[in-house]
Design a binder for this molecule. Structure first.
Ligand SMILES: Cc1ncc(COP(=O)(O)O)c(C=O)c1O
Length: 379
């Protein structure tokens, strides 16, 4: 089977993991987490990077630090991986779900603006939901498949309505916006280094910020609230520090980051140049995206055709499956407040992901392209 997203592992990761093993530094102590953070900083250009056990906990800490508690609301897209929403609920805060924009598959800013204008009341300096009376605290923008929305406009909106901005850039490590670090636009940016991301530490996440106070708070919370003295604690914290072994894998990946990036671009441009838009639309081509995606995908005319295509690809030993099922369609989430989901409802089951692993061989990719171009979704 040609896998959808497979990690790209060679001798580099082995070298650093063996070093960690030899030194018996396999747990949260050791020097690799610092080295991993330094390498992350040299790429994402954030002032502060904190390495953690996962993107999910990075999100949880972000929400906490931004002030998420009972009686607060965080605005987020319904079309996302479930961790975006779990991380809000676990703080006691309420997610409020929004549609996505058909042009970039990211949260619909027009809908958010309408909501803030028409469905909130201003009390002192803050805005509260006129329905639930909870304070609107933050917007969590998810960079869907690494796609970048208009961050400048979102930043301006957040300033106007006194909202914190968190960017869930789980799959978008290395992305810049207009050549600048994502942390120049948001209070906090998080990344996932899970095995299905194109740069991985096996399991891991990073919380990035330009704000020293935020960084210090995150570090304290992630390290059981520990001060510099032994067995001395400042607050109720968590053990969210990345292990030295995972950081070693991450370093092995980051030392070959430019090779990974180049490979990613090559895969995307081959799809972009060779995929026939007659029977399926290749969204990045339509959007004229000039940066690299985490995951390439095609859009079919309806759910039935998408299902047919997935079965057809699987028969040819090409991995594909329906991707994120929107949160508002999950049974457990039916009580979450939401806005109209017109576009989310219309797209999630027409979107078919296609293999995008860094190690994807050219002849395998040509096989995928040929198969896709042969498929007629009106048959
Ligand atoms: C949008 C999004 N947010 C958060 C996460 C969670 O990251 P992790 O798996 O590292 O906890 C993911 C993981 O795929 C994701 O895609």
């Amino acid at each position: 089977m040609i896998k959808l997203l497979e990690p790209y592992i060679d001798s580099e990761e082995k070298k650093y993991v063996l070093k960690a093993l030899k030194k018996k530094e396999i747990s949260t102590y050791g020097r690799f987490s610092n080295l991993f953070e330094d390498k992350v900083s040299s790429i994402n250009l954030a002032k502060y990077n904190l390495s953690l056990t996962s993107g999910s906990v990075a999100l949880y800490l972000s929400n906490k630090i931004c002030g998420a508690t009972n009686n607060t609301i965080i605005l987020a897209p319904s079309y996302t991986f479930v961790a975006t929403i779990n991380s809000i609920v676990h703080t006691g805060s309420s997610p409020w779900l929004f549609d996505i924009n058909p042009k970039n598959l990211c949260i619909d800013i027009n809908q958010i603006e309408e909501f803030l204008k028409n469905k909130t009341i201003k009390k002192k300096n803050n805005f509260y939901s006129s329905k639930t009376n909870e304070k609107i605290l933050a917007i969590c923008v998810v960079l869907t498949f690494s796609i970048l929305p208009d961050l400048k406009r979102i930043k301006i909106l957040c300033k106007k309505y006194k909202l914190k901005l968190i960017i869930d850039a789980a799959s978008a490590f290395g992305s810049k916006y207009k050549g600048r670090a994502l942390t120049d636009y948001a209070d906090i940016v998080i990344y996932s280094f899970n095995g299905n991301k194109y740069v991985t530490s096996g399991g891991g996440g990073v919380l990035s910020t330009n704000n020293k106070t935020i960084y210090k708070k995150a570090k304290l919370l992630a390290n059981n609230g520990k001060t510099n003295k032994k067995y001395d604690y400042k607050l109720f914290g968590h053990n969210y520090k990345i292990t030295n072994l995972h950081a070693a894998v991450g370093i092995g990946q980051l030392v070959k980051y430019s090779k990974i990036k180049k490979k990613k671009r090559e895969i995307q441009s081959l799809y972009s140049n060779k995929l026939d838009n007659k029977y399926l639309s290749f969204l990045p081509k339509i959007l004229n995206i000039n940066y690299f995606l985490w995951l390439n995908f095609v859009i079919l005319k309806d759910k039935k055709s998408a299902k047919k295509l997935i079965i057809y690809l699987n028969k040819k030993k090409i991995d594909s499956y329906f991707f994120w099922k929107p949160i508002h369609l999950q049974d457990f989430a039916n009580k979450i407040n939401k806005e109209n989901m017109k576009f989310t409802n219309s797209i999630w089951n027409r979107l078919v992901p296609i293999p995008s692993s860094i190690g994807l061989k050219k002849n395998d990719q040509i096989k995928i392209i040929k198969s896709l171009n042969k498929f007629k979704n009106d048959k």
